[in-house]
Design a binder for this molecule. Structure first.
Ligand code: FES
Length: 150
């Protein structure tokens, strides 16, 4: 199914290299992270050298190279978010969910990474859960939000 979707993506571009980023995104969505096997699938589907696939995947921070929890939390810790409490929220993630930056909760539910500005400085602190955006975060609001992600 992944190969078919990647092949369909390849057909939309005049050059196979242009399909690489969306193909990697599909592979990551399907497998959860870009394992060697996932990158080989992309390499074969697009008929591109493995080194090109691996080099491209390693360049972008949106691609993951280790197994992650079912839901990826990306918490902004840049200036506005830090001033408005992101550091305390990191402590909250540790104590409430048992996950710190770069880690995965023991139940496999969440992975947490810290990231630079996600463009919500005026409504900081902010985070992404998978691709969903959340801002004006408080500990209580995080609890309510994460209830939806089992
Ligand atoms: S500093 Fe966090 S969204 Fe801009």
């Amino acid at each position: 199914m992944v190969i078919k979707e990647i092949t369909d993506i390849r057909e939309k571009y005049p050059d196979r290299k242009s399909a690489l980023l969306p193909a990697l995104y599909v592979a990551q969505r399907e497998f959860g992270w870009l394992s060697h096997e996932a990158m080989m699938s992309v390499s074969h589907a697009l008929n591109l050298p493995e080194a090109m696939v691996r080099g491209t995947a390693s360049f972008y921070s949106m691609f993951r190279h280790t197994p992650v929890g079912r839901h990826l939390i990306q918490l902004c810790t840049n200036v506005s978010c830090m001033i408005l409490g992101a550091e305390k929220l990191i402590d909250f993630f540790r104590t409430k969910y048992g996950v710190g930056p770069g880690g995965k909760s023991q139940d496999g539910r969440f992975s947490l990474v810290v990231m630079e500005c996600i463009g919500a400085c005026g409504t900081a602190p902010a985070m992404l859960v998978n691709t969903d955006f959340h801002d004006n975060l408080t500990e209580k609001k995080i609890e309510e939000i994460l209830e939806k992600y089992k």
